[in-house]
Design a protein around this ligand. Structure first.
Ligand SMILES: [Zn+2]
Length: 235
């Protein structure tokens, strides 16, 4: 599917941790890729706290989870993930993360951005802090910072990047969904990709059952057998 520039449409998905995208938007990513979109993931952290073993080194955990994320991307049919490698659990709404995400948006020039819902997240009171921060900063990066040439101008002068307007954003992990994507044809791919995160999976069969049930429950309000849901914004 081509955009106004005659190129394949691009979808950029920004998430806090490995496995966030498979959990919330993996079926949608697979469906877009099948439709000819170029789909790229940006992971703000490599999930280096994602272990129950207090003796493990964060770097070891991160390396394992990056490999799992690459395998999940291959299973989904999307590109190699971009890894920002900020510390898990420590994301801040600051200039450092803003600059990194503006750079990714200017690099990938998405027609569609997917990220966490920072304003009406799910679950509403106990949403992971990294999810709120990643979504908030990703939205701010898309508008206005990536658009404005005098924001982070060194990216233009020194790196050859150009300002970019992201026309549309879909927010996942939301309590206020208003857009449903039919993932009936890609639910198996979504689950297979999620199961590539072996270190985060205690019981693969139970997880698969739970995600099938969630897809059905998510789709029910829209009359779909299996869906992922989003809050849709036009910028
Ligand atoms: Zn997460």
């Amino acid at each position: 599917m081509a955009n106004v520039r005659g190129e394949p449409r691009r979808c950029l998905i920004i998430a806090a941790h490995p496995d966030d995208i498979e959990s919330w938007a993996g079926g949608t990513a697979a469906a877009l890729a099948r439709d000819g979109w170029r789909v790229t993931y940006v992971l703000c952290t490599s999930g280096d706290r994602g272990t129950s073993d207090p003796d493990e080194e964060p770097a070891t955990v991160a390396a394992r989870r990056e490999e799992e994320q690459r395998a999940a991307c291959r299973a989904t049919g999307v590109e190699e993930p971009a890894l920002l490698r900020l510390p898990d659990g420590e994301l801040e709404d600051d200039r450092v993360l803003r600059a990194l995400l503006v750079r990714e948006i200017r690099r990938w020039r998405p027609d569609l951005l997917l990220t966490h819902d920072p304003v009406t997240p799910w679950p509403p009171y106990t949403c992971h802090r990294d999810h709120r921060v990643a979504g908030r900063v990703a939205l701010d990066a898309a508008y206005p910072y990536a658009r404005d040439p005098l924001s982070f101008p060194e990216q233009l002068r020194q790196e050859g990047l150009r300002p970019h307007i992201t026309p549309e954003v879909w927010l996942f992990c939301t309590s206020a969904p208003d857009h449903y994507v039919d993932i009936s044809a890609t639910l198996d791919v979504k689950i297979a990709a999620r199961l590539e995160h072996r270190s985060q999976t205690v019981d693969p069969a139970a997880l698969a059952t739970a995600w099938r049930q969630r897809a059905a429950e998510t789709g029910a309000p829209a009359g779909l057998a299996a869906a992922e849901s989003f809050k849709r914004l036009s910028l």
